[in-house]
Design a protein around this ligand. Sequence first.
Ligand code: FES
Length: 320
Amino acid sequence: MITEQATGRFSVRVQAVRAEAEGVVSLRLAPVDGGPLPEWHAGAHVDLHLPSGLIRQYSLCGDEEDRNSYRIAVLKEPEGRGGSREVHESIRAGDLVTISGPRNHFKLEPAGSYAFIAGGIGITPILAMARAAARQGRPWHLSYGGRCAASMAFVDELTELPGGTLTCVPQDEQGLLDIPAIVQETPADAAIYCCGPTGLIDAVVSCATTLRPELPVRFERFSPLAIDASGDEALEVRLARSEKTLVVPPRISILAAVREAGVEIESSCEEGTCGTCETAVLEGIPEHRDSILTAAEREANDVMMICVSRCSSGRLVLDL
Ligand code: FES
């Protein structure tokens, strides 16, 4: 077992870099000490710590039963914040890279069958889910939309998975996925799992709420939720292990205040989409503003993303 797992970060070697589709490369990451790699399940992601210092999250899209390698896939986003460009332009087979995780905020819960909906690079966690469903013998259908056929990764691999069906909708030939029809046709015993751009997720959630409110819908966003911070007030945060009490003013995140107080905590997106800053809550009621936690996790109130979330009880005690 990799010893660095205890610290959450460890080195892996880039075993292979492969072009999967237009603008998409996959990296196969292998243990440097012979492994095995930490266990993961469909929906999990790792943080990739890039040489520039950027940290980016990528869903694991290989086989969860393969403990000797992880696979991630990265879409080059020329207008992005630089992480995907760095992966495409700088990382080569043979390089050592640092990762942390895996973490899973998008677990595949038991269901009679699955309706998967993926847009673009959102296929990565869904590919692992389709493989898991196939392995469990659960029927599945995947509706997969992309800009054009050449940009849609892993189609051959998906086609070969047993027990399910795949509908590919390249936008330049067929337009957008027909979300109302997909939702209407979802079997009664199915759970819907969706990953892709914000517009796709919003459409799926809205259609399911209106047309099939009985269906469970799970999704993973790449973009943050819109937050109205205009009514924010100062809050008191007690850091139990560090024995410090902070007053966090409006417009300053708890994360920033914690760092200002000299307490180290890792972060990445700082917009509530990655889960890196997840912190255990010992007392108080968080006001969750992330786009990761499920409704049940929000209600449990035992963890929060301190980069965006605040507090509705005036005072929080955190396990920091
Ligand atoms: S740093 Fe990404 S959720 Fe807080």
